[in-house]
Ligand binder design. Structure first.
Ligand code: NCD
Length: 310
């Protein structure tokens, strides 16, 4: 792979998505060993900058770097000098002066990762930029689907909830349509810009309109932090229109996959019985997150050199 950065899945061709997923499937085995470490990125420096809250994404990038033997450091907004008024470009210039090989960044502004990628020599991985994209989440979701469905061709993935403000939805839409899956959206308003229509995404409005056709139900958290207060529906209303409970699940196919990127608001996006039930693959998504991030770091920094990966 010749890629310097991973900023989104929008323009990643199917061969590269397959290479990310296959490499991640290979790295999964490292996570099952007693000594969870390979020398792949020994001596390489990985810095993560998290300007927005994170649990799963931050821990899994940190673990991925450690399991590949990279030297990793991470800082979050609350402890960085961004709090003292430093601009993103100044922060990046200072990080660059310490010669990292790769920077992982989460930021509330769409395009923030692109800004770094354009201006610096180090590789950049977007760990979520505003409402734009979250490519490693898209890849880990796709790996989880591929494990269960075998293929994307002819499969129907329904993405349900606050689709408009979700970078997880956007990365999945790009990745899944590239791989030949059919994508249905059920959410408030529409995000069907011409770009989405060209990709064949169908917009419905309620969860009831997608239940019966779905091979996958991907449930999303309402992104309160990205909405003006007046636009936030009540949790009860959201649960009614877009939430998944056992009665609704019973209308879907028996082996439908229930997914959620986390963090879940139990009782809003789904009831606890559904979150912890037999159809849920939510914790598999988390496990796959470490392997996917190992694959991304390895492929960006080593281009997939096999000798480095064992
Ligand atoms: C998501 C995010 O931050 O975009 N979480 C994640 O990375 N697992 C989804 C969310 O916060 O709702």
């Amino acid at each position: 792979m010749k890629r310097k950065d991973l900023l989104g899945l929008r323009d990643v061709p199917s061969e590269e998505i397959t290479e990310f997923l296959d490499t991640a499937a290979h790295f999964r085995e490292v996570g099952r060993r007693r000594i969870k470490k390979v020398p792949t990125l020994r001596g390489r420096t990985v810095v993560s900058l998290f300007f927005e809250n994170s649990t799963r994404t931050k821990v899994s990038f940190d673990l991925a770097a450690k399991r590949l033997s990279a030297d990793g450091v991470s800082i979050s907004a609350s402890t960085s000098s961004a709090k003292k008024g430093e601009t993103l470009m100044d922060t990046a210039r200072n990080i660059a002066a310490m010669a990292p090989d790769l920077v992982i960044m989460r930021h509330s502004c769409g395009g923030a990762a692109h800004l770094l990628a354009r201006n610096f020599r180090f590789s950049v991985v977007n760990a979520g930029d505003g409402i734009n994209e979250h490519p490693t989440q898209g890849l880990l979701d796709m790996l989880t689907m591929r494990d269960h469905l075998g293929t994307f061709e002819g499969k129907t993935v329904a993405i349900v909830g606050d689709v408009y403000h979700s970078r997880v939805a956007r990365s999945n839409i790009y990745g899944l349509t590239t791989m030949g899956a059919r994508v249905l959206l059920a959410g408030p308003g529409t995000m069907c810009r011409p770009e989405m229509e060209r990709r064949g995404v169908e917009v419905r409005h309620r969860i009831d309109d997608v239940l019966e056709e779905a091979d996958v139900l991907m449930m999303l958290r309402i992104q309160r932090e990205r909405l003006p207060k007046a636009m936030v529906p009540s949790s009860r209303e959201y649960a009614h229109l877009y939430g998944l409970d056992s009665a609704k699940l019973a209308r879907a196919s028996e082996d439908v996959l229930v997914m959620h990127p986390g963090p879940i608001n139990r009782g809003v996006e789904m009831t606890p019985e559904v979150a912890d039930g037999a159809n849920s693959v939510i914790l598999e998504q988390v496990t796959n997150g470490v392997a996917v991030r190992m694959a991304v770091l390895h492929l960006l920094l080593d281009g997939g050199d096999d000798d480095a990966a064992s």
